[in-house]
Design a protein around this ligand. Structure first.
Ligand code: ACO
Length: 330
């Protein structure tokens, strides 16, 4: 039995934050942001919405499109770095409750922007080992809850959102997740970090006063590593499966920066029409970025059942990963 990508869903919160808005908030320009990142707009959750609310909306759509009943989902894995609660309960448990599903395996994973591909790896293992039948995987983030809106180097990059998929079973290889690779290197842990409010620097007035609860990033160093690591990772997974860019219908990378995506796509000979780009309209939504991009391509009619997707991601940890996946929503 193979693991199969059965459906996609996504949710974008209603509040728009444009580059022009940022011009009023920090010392930046629309031109700088567009040139350096490709981002034009991102969407921000309301104060009342937490990550589980965004995830719930995406999950409902994904389950409906899979044709399954809520009761047929037997595990939920939520990838997020902005959980509803720092320690417990997990966001996955809260989402399960909102969906009206109980007595199933539900847990969160933390792999920053690589979270969705990591979650898919877990789902594939669950399904192919026979432990679970239908795993709901979610990438959901309220990045606005950890972004310092006075810091022009990070605030302009991130948006909120959620994407979800059901990973079920198929007996056909041409409907399956062909291969998947995840990796990490903790030596670069300080490249992307929220230093405060964990066990290392527990929450205190001092931690808050120093802004240690906000996301910090060594942007330029991360950029260079991202391009090289992603290129190598995609080359490896293609070679391992005796494929080239010609065999792939859509290259769907993590949407962090247009320049990173463009550099990797060029090095790997992906023609423009095969490269999925949503960074301009959503910014970097961390673990939600890949499923939101898949959903965007599906809803715009470009992604069809049977298409072969190459997913590719890189994020805090550092973590990275890639996957060759048939889109099998019927
Ligand atoms: N507006 C205007 N100027 C700015 C802004 C801004 N918003 N931000 C930074 N600058 C300035 C800097 O201060 C610097 O000025 P200086 O030369 O006087 O010191 C100058 O612009 C250049 O700064 P760099 O950081 O070198 O700019 P760079 O071209 O690298 O672009 C960026 C910055 C967009 C952050 C880029 O490095 C990037 O995208 N990095 C990778 C992000 C990423 O992939 N993260 C991983 C995933 S995220 C996750 O896991 C949660």
């Amino acid at each position: 039995m193979y693991a199969s990508f059965k459906s996609i869903g996504a949710y974008v919160p209603p509040k728009k934050l444009t580059n022009q808005d940022f011009e009023k908030m920090v010392d930046t320009t629309d031109e700088w942001i567009k040139q350096r990142t490709g981002i034009e707009v991102r969407y921000i959750a309301s104060e009342e919405q937490s990550t589980s609310d965004l995830a719930y909306e995406a999950a409902k759509i994904a389950i409906e499109r899979s044709g399954l009943k809520h009761s047929e989902i037997d595990a939920i894995v939520c990838a997020t770095i902005t959980p509803d609660f720092l320690c417990m309960p997990s966001t996955a448990c809260v989402i399960a409750d909102k969906l009206g599903i109980s007595h199933i395996t539900a847990f969160d994973i933390s792999a920053a922007c690589s979270g969705f591909v990591y979650a898919m790896n877990i789902a594939k293992a669950f399904v192919e080992s026979g432990i679970k039948k239908n795993v709901l995987i979610i990438g959901a983030e309220k990045m606005s809850s950890i972004v310092d809106y006075s810091d022009r180097t990070t605030s302009i990059l991130f948006g909120d959102g959620a994407g979800a998929a059901v990973i079920g079973t198929s007996d056909k290889k041409e409907e399956s997740i062909i291969d998947l690779h995840t990796s990490s290197d903790g030596a670069y842990q300080d490249f992307l970090i929220t230093p405060g409010c964990g066990s290392k620097n527990p929450c205190s007035q001092k931690v808050l006063d120093e802004g240690m609860h906000y996301l910090k990033m060594k942007g330029n160093e991360t950029f260079k590593l991202a391009v090289n690591t992603l290129t190598r990772d995609v080359k490896n997974i293609l070679e391992k499966n005796s494929m080239t860019s010609d065999d792939i219908d859509f290259f769907i990378p993590h949407q962090a920066n247009f320049r990173i995506i463009d550099a990797v796509a060029r090095k790997l000979n992906f023609p423009q029409e095969k490269v999925v780009l949503t960074v301009a309209k959503y910014g970097n939504t961390s673990a939600a970025s890949i499923p939101m991009a898949i959903n965007d391509w599906y809803e715009s009619g470009k992604l069809k059942t049977g298409d072969l997707m190459l997913l590719d991601t890189f994020g805090g940890g550092l973590t990275w990963g890639s996957a060759i996946v048939h889109f099998n929503q019927k």
